[in-house]
Design a protein around this ligand. Structure first.
Ligand SMILES: Cc1cc2nc3c(=O)[nH]c(=O)nc-3n(C[C@H](O)[C@H](O)[C@H](O)COP(=O)(O)OP(=O)(O)OC[C@H]3O[C@@H](n4cnc5c(N)ncnc54)[C@H](O)[C@@H]3O)c2cc1C
Length: 429
């Protein structure tokens, strides 16, 4: 395998520091239950409703869940006879809501804080190709309403088998920042769950945990008596399955409710990226970019939005800002959100999963759709999508979470990309 491959271009995400996201996707904490999602999405009177991925009881954290909640909020507003409905946020939920309202003949302006649409779907142009820095896959493909839209639009989608990653041990002694690692032997694969049904055991232990217990509580008990596995095997499996899937401290995450469905149900990624869906949905909508809403006042006769010196008036408002944005009171409400909604918010948060897109002039990794890299230390796991099929140029999309981020996600983006490159080179050459 080549050790001379040149990095042609890269892009790096920063969801954790993004003031309009505050993390990657919503999760249920140890004191929460799925009921918190339902409560958060319950209309506040006849003029205010929170939508967005966090309010979906069974498809939270995913684009199609967000889309469905946007549609549900639009239907709610239409059924109440509103004529003008303000929408906060031009992510998947806001676009779905405004699209449905507009198509039904209502006025549905979107107020969007950023200078772009898409929210936590975000395209990046790297070395001549378009890739996703946010949502990547259409998950739960058969039951995914956005998958039907992608099919309708004739988009090319490529399956990823998350149950069959090529597992690559990173070479010990790897020095981060070193992007010129000399070649070693060929990458060796391996089955993370070798020696028993670790996945089944993990799920059984989580399902059997007490309300209020965290994943860390379950793990502590398990590690004291790891059964047929070594403690290191259990730890690595939990890191790969849960830390990579949530990006949140395990001591915060609900054991019973924190590991929600989604990944591994027929996932397919979109060639050209999610922007092919969002630009289609946004066509012809009234979208005001760079318009962060600071205040929402609900009066008996309508709703008033404040964005700097600009005010907007509507019959009702649909709020799709993510959980961390709402929890930080970035938008203040008058009257304040009910205690029920505030309590629900306090039980949810967003973890941090970051991505890097790397494009090379030569392939130096084995052909496989999805990779998992262990190391250099035990708690460091990264996952990699081979996205070369997009246009033939060798491309990797790396996902990082957990302790890795403290080490890797510092300094300028090219430095982060170089460190990520060193990790995948060390694992594959
Ligand atoms: C790295 C990463 C990978 C992911 N992978 C997948 C995946 O593979 N598949 C999948 O289905 N999902 C994935 N997700 C999750 C998915 O992106 C989200 O669930 C979904 O996009 C959320 O849509 P939303 O409309 O609820 O929220 P958002 O997309 O966050 O939209 C909310 C919008 O509100 C705006 N906003 C916030 N505050 C204000 C304000 N005060 N005024 C005006 N506007 C405001 C924001 O700028 C944003 O545009 C991923 C997310 C990340 C970050």
């Amino acid at each position: 395998m080549s050790i001379t491959a040149r990095l042609l271009g890269s892009a790096v995400s920063h969801w954790g520091d993004d003031p309009w996201a505050g993390g990657s996707w919503s999760l249920i904490g140890r004191h929460g239950t799925p009921q918190d999602r339902i409560t958060l999405g319950t209309p506040v009177g006849d003029r205010l409703r929170i939508a967005g991925e966090a309010t979906h009881p069974t498809r939270a954290g995913m684009t199609h869940g967000a889309y469905e909640q946007g549609l549900a909020a639009a239907t709610w507003a239409i059924n109440l006879g509103h004529r003008r409905v303000a929408v906060i946020g031009a992510g998947m939920a806001g676009l779905a809501a405004s699209r449905a309202l507009t198509d039904s003949g209502l006025a549905a302006p979107i107020w969007e804080a950023r200078d772009r649409i898409g929210g936590r779907t975000a395209g990046a142009d790297v070395a001549g190709g378009a890739f996703d820095l946010g949502a990547n896959w259409l998950q739960q493909y058969d039951a995914n309403i956005l998958a039907r839209l992608a099919e309708h639009l004739g988009l090319t989608t490529i399956p990823t088998d998350f149950t069959d990653p090529l597992v690559l041990p990173s070479r010990p002694g790897l020095s981060l920042g070193d992007d010129s690692s000399p070649g070693g032997g060929p990458a060796s694969g391996g089955d993370l769950s070798a020696g028993g049904d670790l996945d089944g055991e993990l799920r059984k232990r989580l399902a059997g945990a007490a309300e209020g217990a965290s994943v860390a509580d379950v793990l502590d008990t398990w590690l004291r008596d790891p059964g047929p596995w070594t403690a290191a095997e259990v730890r690595r499996f939990v890191d790969a399955e849960i830390v990579m899937d949530t990006g949140v401290p395990l001591s915060w995450l609900s054991a019973r409710h924190g590991f929600e469905p989604g990944v591994g149900e027929g996932d397919r990624w979109i060639v050209g990226g999610y922007r092919l869906l969002t630009t289609h949905l946004a066509a012809g909508l009234d979208i005001r970019l760079q318009s962060p809403v600071q205040h929402v006042r609900v009066n008996p006769g309508g709703v008033v939005l404040t964005c700097g010196v600009v005010t907007g008036h509507a019959d009702a408002v649909i709020v799709t800002a993510p959980v961390p944005v709402l929890a930080a009171d970035t938008i203040t409400f008058e009257p304040p959100l009910p205690d029920s909604h505030r309590l629900a918010l306090s039980h949810l948060c967003a973890g941090r999963v970051e991505k890097v897109i790397l494009r090379f002039d030569e392939r130096f990794w084995p052909e496989h759709g999805y990779y998992r890299v262990h190391g250099p230390s035990d708690t460091c796991i990264s996952e990699w999508l081979d996205a070369t099929a997009a246009d033939g140029l060798p491309t990797l999309v790396g996902l990082f979470a957990g302790p890795w981020l403290d080490t890797l996600w510092t300094g300028p983006d090219p430095d982060i990309a170089a460190r990520a490159t060193a990790i995948i080179r060390a694992a594959t050459t």
